[in-house]
Design a protein around this ligand. Structure first.
Ligand code: ARG
Length: 258
């Protein structure tokens, strides 16, 4: 090995060690603004919030993020990934922001910084029989939920639950109900509403809500400048009527937290 290649190798080893030691720095808003482009990750499998219409990523959250980014003066580069990968990717600086219906909770708040919420909702029981409609009715029952969601956490805590089956995608948790492999599916109440209206003959019945949550976007832990810029832009979109119009288009009601 020549002298210079040895030094290059040492330099690379040193750089790698430095990144491991200090962690990768999330991009502050100033850098994103200079770049003109924000990288946003979502799942794309959670209709009507984020989903694919053919090859096009769309949904309430996708369109809302577009409105917010416009106010921030940047364009969006979208990434679509499995739900489980989203918050972890913020840590590794693989994207700047995540918008994928994450409910704000203590556990997640340890790992990421949440923005202000963009809607309020909660987990709802869906079953094929009116006999299973409340949290109490789930005692002794098998329930499907999406892996890594707040539904999993809340259903686990219900007294007497027989089994919680979890699926990487919420659509698979729904399929498990339709195939009668579980007694109930717990999902977001607006997801449930849409699933029922798209398959009116499938026999799905919306039951009670088992908990409520405030849903927000997330940025890397401590990236305050980005959270602040996003919050300012979100407040503008909520004030100028564009949020209201978008919410009406998707839900026929205003879903912001009251
Ligand atoms: N609101 C639930 C949670 O906070 C579910 C989110 C699921 N999002 C998704 N893109 N599948 O965990």
């Amino acid at each position: 090995m020549t002298q210079s290649s040895t030094w290059i190798r040492r330099g690379m080893v040193f750089a790698a060690a430095l990144i491991t030691a200090v962690g990768i720095q999330a991009r502050p808003f100033e850098d994103i603004k200079k770049d003109g482009k924000i990288v946003i990750a979502t799942e794309g499998q959670f209709m009507p919030f984020n989903y694919f219409q053919g090859s096009k990523l769309t949904g309430f959250e996708v369109e809302l993020a577009e409105l917010v980014a416009k106010k921030m003066g940047v364009t969006i580069e979208w990434k679509a990934l499995g739900f489980d990968a989203l918050l972890a990717g913020l840590r590794q600086d693989r994207w700047d922001l995540v918008i994928a219906s994450h409910g704000i909770n203590e556990e997640r708040s340890k790992a990421v910084t949440f923005t202000n919420p963009h809607y309020c909702s909660g987990g709802q029981v869906v079953s094929l029989t009116p006999a299973i409609h409340s949290g109490a009715d789930l005692a002794g029952k098998v329930v499907s939920v999406q892996t890594g969601t707040s539904y999993l956490e809340s259903v686990r805590k219900l007294p007497g639950i027989k089994e919680v089956k979890n699926f990487p995608k919420d659509t698979d948790a729904r399929a498990a109900l339709l195939n009668q492999r579980v007694d109930a599916w717990v999902t977001d109440r607006f997801v449930a509403k849409q699933a029922i209206s798209l398959a009116p003959n499938a026999g799905m019945k919306a039951g009670d809500m088992v908990f409520v949550e405030r849903v927000a976007a997330a940025v890397a832990k401590g990236n305050q400048s980005l959270a602040a810029a996003y919050n300012t832009a979100l407040a503008e979109v909520m004030a100028d009527g564009s949020y209201a119009a978008l919410s009406k288009k998707y839900f026929n009601e205003d879903v912001r937290c009251k």
